[in-house]
Design a protein around this ligand. Structure first.
Ligand code: DQA
Length: 141
């Protein structure tokens, strides 16, 4: 069975409550059930943390074993060389996802330290972006 790791960074535990006009009304845990139902033959490992080091630890722990990583590092996207280095260190290919169109928002959201370490980036398609990333990694892996 293929295994993918889905990583959400800071504040994404508040999806559904947090700025719903930007991020929508759906909690990620609720969405994950839909995603799991769509891919019954795939083991989706989900991890969310508000702490940079914990995100890095999880990438180290599973990034040599899973078939791919879907990562929305939240605001760490725009600041974290350490998460970028962790993605470089492991063998699993990664796809970066952003729920909102970061390019249509504040300029500090336009740069990502992670994009260059990822096979691709899905931006602005809402939660559908996670499904797109999963589909890509399953085809590629
Ligand atoms: C986000 C975009 C980031 O700029 C922001 O800090 C987030 C969420 C997105 O999914 O649109 O927390 O990654």
């Amino acid at each position: 069975m293929k295994q993918l790791l889905i990583i959400n960074g800071p504040n994404l535990n508040l999806l559904g409550k947090r700025e719903p006009t930007i991020y929508g009304n759906r909690s990620f845990v609720g969405y994950l059930e839909t995603l799991e139902a769509q891919f019954p033959d795939v083991q989706l490992r989900y991890f969310q943390s508000n702490h940079e080091g914990e995100l890095i630890d999880k990438i180290h722990e599973l990034g040599f074993d899973v078939d791919g990583i879907v990562i929305n590092a939240g605001a760490y996207t725009h600041t974290s060389i350490a998460i970028a280095d962790a993605l470089s260190a492991v063998t699993a290919p990664a796809v970066e996802v952003h729920i909102s169109n970061v390019h249509a928002r504040e300029s500090f959201r336009h740069h990502s330290y992670l994009s260059a370490k990822c096979k691709g980036v899905v931006v602005g398609l809402g939660l559908l972006g996670y499904e797109m990333a999963v589909r890509y990694l399953l085809n590629d892996a």
